[in-house]
Structure formats: C-alpha cells, structure tokens
Design a protein around this ligand. Structure first.
Ligand code: BGO
Length: 270
C-alpha cells in the first residue's frame, strides 16, 4: 500500500530544494482544495509507492496565515504516515518552534537539519544525538543544495512511516499546565482518536477556535473554560502566552544542550 510522507518546514528552510532532490521530475503541481495555495506532490525517487506531499512553508501550526491553516488541516484530517521536518540549522530557535508542535500531532517525525554546509563553515557544532534525545525523534543532518544526507533522511522517514511505532512525546509543560492538559485529554477520551488527543487538548487549552471547529462534534462542544481559567489565574497570564513561553524555554534548553557556536567553543578552550 502507498505511504505518504509530508514535507514540512519554515519558509526558506530549503524545502523546495529538498522536494526536488527527493522527487526529481516526478512532480504534480496543483492547488490545495478551495484556496490558491500551491500544492505539490511527487513520488519519492526509486519508490513507486511513496508519495511526498509538500506542505506550504509555515512558522507554526497556529492559524495566523492561510498557509498555516492549509498545512494544519491537512495534517489533522489526512494524517500522513510520517512527517519529514526540514529545519534550517542556521536558525534553530525559530525553526524548532514548528518542530515542537509537529511532534505533538502524534505522527512520526524525522527531523532533517538542513544548511549543514553553512553551519560547518561557520565553525558551529550541532550535537544530533542530544537534539534527537531532546525532541524524541530521529534527526539527520543534510545539505539539500549539495544533496548530502538526503537519501538517509528519506530512508528514515520511510522506515518511520512503515513502522507502526508509537510516537514519543518528549516535551512536558510545567506541572500545572500538564495537569490542565491531562484533564482536557480525559474529557476528550473516546471523542477523538487516541493519537490526536494531546494535540487537541493543547489547542483547546490555547482557546484555538479554528482547531475546535475541525474536531468531531462531541469534542467540539466540551466546556474546558474553568480548567483554563484556573491556570491563567495562578500564572497571571493568558493560556496562549503560557504555552508559547514554555515552548520557547524548552527550545532554549535544547539549544543549550545541542548547539555549540564557534564563539562559545573559543571560550571553553583554556
Ligand atoms: C536561493 N545549503 C545552502 N548553503 N543553501 C541551501 C541549502 C543547503 O543545504 N538548501 C537550500 N539552500 P528553498 P523553501 C539563493 O535561492 O528550497 C538555499 O522556501 C538565491 N536564489 O538554494 O527555496 C536555496 O522552499 C540567491 O537559495 O527554500 C535557496 O523552504 C542567492 O536556500 C534558499 C543565494 O531554499 C532557500 C541563495 C536566487
């Protein structure tokens, strides 16, 4: 049976370059249904049964732009077998913001850290093992432009898509926020697919009404306001900002553990 791998990443991360390397001339271009956002699909070179679906370049799964809505609805409703997340290695902080959200979808993710030729030229070092541990997924370094690591990245994504491994949620929010998310997850029990429970619970906590509208009828009508309000009162902040801030703290901890800039390396040499 054919499998689908969605290619997701920030604008300018090198997604078009990677898509072309993966599919060669074997591409179909159209529009996403109902909108004038370009949709590209292609067969993975040498794999008649593997479709690469190119998602619009996006910074997050929040519904701020049409591209984000299109990508998000596709990921929720079509459930590709795996996500190949292309990350600009020279802009880790901004790119990981999307990666942390992709990981919450309950779909296997492989992270391909692109622009590694530039990272190396700058003399910076990225510890892929630490990054993989912190994110809870396979990580591979690539240069889409130079076609380095691309075959390994796609092979990992195909393996993840074929293996029915449960995805690992690595990131936990603060105890209080986790408590609220868990309460919402309990209410969602039986109303949404198990693998999507955490994603929907986080989005409900953020009061994301566009996502609420994508949810099955029973889940859509759940009242979670008192759960959210209790955390907001305790933290004196709105729920969306609470999630965003905690996400950035998590990303910073990943960067501290996995990324050594040349200047820092210089400082540590005695
Ligand atoms: C221009 N390494 C390097 N060094 N550059 C890369 C790599 C890589 O591994 N991968 C991609 N790029 P897109 P989105 C350009 O177009 O695929 C470059 O938005 C230029 N163009 O070549 O378009 C890639 O689809 C003039 O660069 O990204 C492209 O995700 C001068 O990153 C850019 C310099 O890649 C974005 C670069 C006229």
């Amino acid at each position: 049976m054919a499998i689908t791998i969605a290619l997701a990443g920030n604008p300018n991360a090198g997604k078009t370059t990677l898509f072309n390397q993966l599919t060669g001339s074997n591409q179909y271009v159209g529009n996403w249904p109902g909108v004038t956002v370009e949709k590209k699909e292609g067969k993975l070179k040498g794999h008649k049964d593997v479709v690469i679906a190119d998602l619009p370049g996006i910074y997050s799964l929040s519904p701020y732009t049409l591209e984000e809505v299109v990508a998000r609805n596709y990921l929720i409703n079509n459930r590709p077998d795996a996500i190949l997340n292309i990350v600009d290695g020279t802009n880790l902080e901004r790119n990981l913001y999307l990666s942390t959200q992709l990981k919450e979808l309950g779909i296997p993710v492989v992270m391909a850290i692109n622009m590694m030729d530039v990272v190396e030229k700058n003399g910076d070092v990225l510890n892929l093992e630490e990054l993989g541990k912190a994110m809870g997924c396979k990580v591979v370094s690539i240069s889409a432009l130079r076609n380095k690591g691309v075959a390994e990245a796609s092979a990992l994504a195909v393996a993840e898509a074929n293996g029915k491994n449960d995805t690992v949620v690595q990131h936990k929010f603060s105890e209080q926020v986790e408590g609220a998310i868990n309460s919402i997850e309990n209410l969602l029990e039986g109303n949404v697919p198990e693998s999507q429970k955490r994603f929907f619970a986080i989005k409900l906590f953020e009061r994301d009404d566009k996502i609420r509208n994508e949810m099955p009828e029973k889940a859509k009508n759940l009242d979670v306001e008192s759960i959210i309000a209790a955390v907001e009162k305790a933290e004196d902040d709105d729920s969306e900002s609470i999630i965003t801030n905690e996400r950035y703290n998590y990303i910073q901890s990943i960067i501290d553990a996995a990324y050594v800039k040349r200047a820092q390396k210089g400082l540590t040499v005695s």
